[in-house]
Design a protein around this ligand. Structure first.
Ligand code: FAD
Ligand code: NAP
Length: 339
């Protein structure tokens, strides 16, 4: 069945920054056959394709002279259950947080720390989404992707994906793989990860010593709601910069000047710096230039107060990068995908 292409579609409702740019063409894929039909038609017409999930890790700096293919496939299922380990699968277009909530309602543990992350299941492997000490690689059981170069469908196991800190094979090869569905190995017994940020403290405040996965999820949701702007109210794409992982020597130099530097030693001897701390220290927290700004509570988050363009936000990001490099000798890498 042919999939209709719309023309000159505003992408404002399709990106969480709320940037008002236009897609030359726009189509939605509800199934693998929709994906194939759209890609074949785009190939025939020689139109480039930009795959879009929830638009929550994207900064659109110009009109998209391409076909935007919005992943709208749905479905989630249990593939295997031995009473303890449970293999689940979800289609790429499934919204991430409702999928996490569904898994918790089945009594399945493993995704609770990844609650309330916006976006879709299909985009989650792109940057190996992570929060509160858990990344999807920790529960990843495989994915099915279409090779856009050859049209072949390929299965990926954990070792094939080259997952790293907010990174993967898929992110490093933009436009090559279209992820169709993802599988997760979940468990009926909880292995709680509570040592990150204020999670344990929040549970203790609620008088919970032996939390369930649902209680951990609820605690993380409440922390996130307090700290992070809701894109429905204030445009943003979450953390705009990755936390830089730098040599220990560089951190010692910074610590000599700033004893309060927030730094986490890594297993390989390097040190992860909290980018938000660097940006706040440099005085950017709450900064606003027109409608582009740095959030007043969380300096890692750039925000659109209404009519900021992607180019304005990109410009602000570059000014912050230059300032942090000059002050601390640290290069900040942008996290969202730039178009
Ligand atoms: P999109 O923004 O639509 O796309 C991102 C990239 O993936 C694009 O390059 C796109 O082309 C590509 N893509 C999308 N779908 C597919 C597919 N099916 N196949 C191939 N390529 C695809 N991230 C974290 O890691 N941890 C967090 O805690 C976190 N918190 C956030 C909080 C807020 C308030 C916001 C706004 C964002 C946050 N993010 C976080 C970032 C973002 O939500 C995640 O990276 C999410 O996985 C992006 O999903 P998406 O569907 O919105 O992707
Ligand atoms: P936070 O708790 O204020 O901590 C600040 C930073 O310190 C985090 O970015 C985190 O790094 C790091 N950190 C905290 N405790 C750590 C520990 N025990 N060991 C190692 N590193 C530690 O962070 P936050 O901004 O409120 O975010 C909470 C979690 O949600 C973080 O994991 C963050 O990555 C995630 N989050 C991500 C996005 C996004 O768009 N990518 C947006 C919002 C929140 P890490 O980032 O490496 O975890």
């Amino acid at each position: 069945m042919p999939v209709p292409w719309q023309q000159h579609v505003s992408l404002k409702p399709y990106n969480t920054f709320g940037i008002d740019v236009t897609a030359r063409y726009f189509a939605q894929a509800h199934s693998d056959s929709d994906v194939r039909a759209v890609l074949a038609e785009a190939h025939r017409r020689e139109v480039p394709v930009l795959v879009l999930g929830g638009g929550s890790n994207l900064l659109l700096t110009r009109d998209v002279e391409a076909l935007v293919l919005h992943m709208a496939s749905s479905g989630r299922q249990v593939l295997a259950d031995d009473g303890q380990r449970v293999l689940v699968e979800a289609e790429a277009g499934e919204p991430w947080h409702p999928f996490v909530q569904w898994s918790l309602a089945q009594g399945l543990c493993g995704l609770e720390n990844l609650s309330l992350i916006p976006g879709t299941v299909g985009a989650a492997p792109m940057q190996n989404v992570g929060a509160y000490g858990v990344e999807i690689k920790d529960v990843f059981a495989g994915l099915t992707a279409l090779d856009r170069q050859t049209g072949e469908v390929r299965e990926f196991a954990l070792q094939d994906c080259a997952f790293g800190y907010r990174d993967s094979l898929f992110k490093r090869n933009p436009g090559r793989w279209l992820i169709l569905r993802v599988r997760f190995a979940l468990s009926r017994s909880l292995q709680a990860h509570l040592d990150y940020g204020p999670v344990r403290q929040r549970l203790a405040e609620q008088g919970i010593e032996q939390p369930t996965a649902q209680a951990i999820s609820d605690a993380i949701c409440s922390i996130r709601r307090e700290k992070l702007p809701d894109p429905a109210e204030l445009g943003n794409a979450g953390s705009f910069f990755k936390n830089p992982v730098v040599p220990a020597q560089l951190v010692e130099g910074i610590r000599a000047r700033f004893p309060g530097v927030v730094a986490y030693p890594q297993a390989d001897g390097q040190v992860k710096l909290a980018a938000g701390w660097l940006i706040e220290q440099a005085g950017w927290k709450g900064y606003r230039d027109g409608d582009a700004g740095v959030h007043r509570l969380q300096s890692l988050v750039l925000v659109n107060y209404g009519r900021a363009s992607g180019a304005q936000l990109h410009d602000l990001a570059r000014r912050i990068q230059a300032d942090i490099l000059e002050r601390f000798g640290v290069t900040l890498e942008m996290e969202p995908n730039l178009y």
